[in-house]
Design a protein around this ligand. Sequence first.
Ligand code: FE
Length: 200
Amino acid sequence: MNNLAMFKMSYGLYVLSAHTEGKDNGCIINTAMQITDTPKQIIIAVNKQNLTHDMIMQTKMFNLSMLDQRTPFSTFENFGFQSGRTADKFKDIAMKRSENGIAYLTDTTNAYISAKVIATLDVGTHTLFIAEVTEAEVLSDLESVTYTYYQSHIKPAPKKETKKGWRCKICGYVYEGEDLPEDYICPICKHGASDFERIE
Ligand code: FE
């Protein structure tokens, strides 16, 4: 099996946000798609380690902010490479609230949707949430960030590495060691061993 084939699938990139009493939180996801038009239903996959996952499990509601090409790398660091358990991710983020009370990003987002969960499916590391769209607005005409665009235009080029080991292709974290365990999970972005490349 060639794992690189998986990179040929195209994805968008989104900030998935949720709200519980006194707490706003969000994370980056690339797994979101519309599945029916009447009624408008979407599906998202969320890693169970994310606090946002637990908040959606509890409230059954979320927002998706569709990131556009203005999005700086710092937005991915803020929402993707730290946990809402220890950080207030919305502290320095321009946002508004939709009718469901959940935050959405306003400055680097071309649209947002609000959705209400109608079914969940446990798929191991992730939960699939099937949800009905309750609100949707367009915020700009700029193009959305695809995963390919992120890799080629947003993610900084890797620094000349002085360490030896394995580098996460998603966030740049370096695992120092000769052999990368097969079940290794990146401590920063939670991607698995197949997303690491050897640095010589
Ligand atoms: Fe990583």
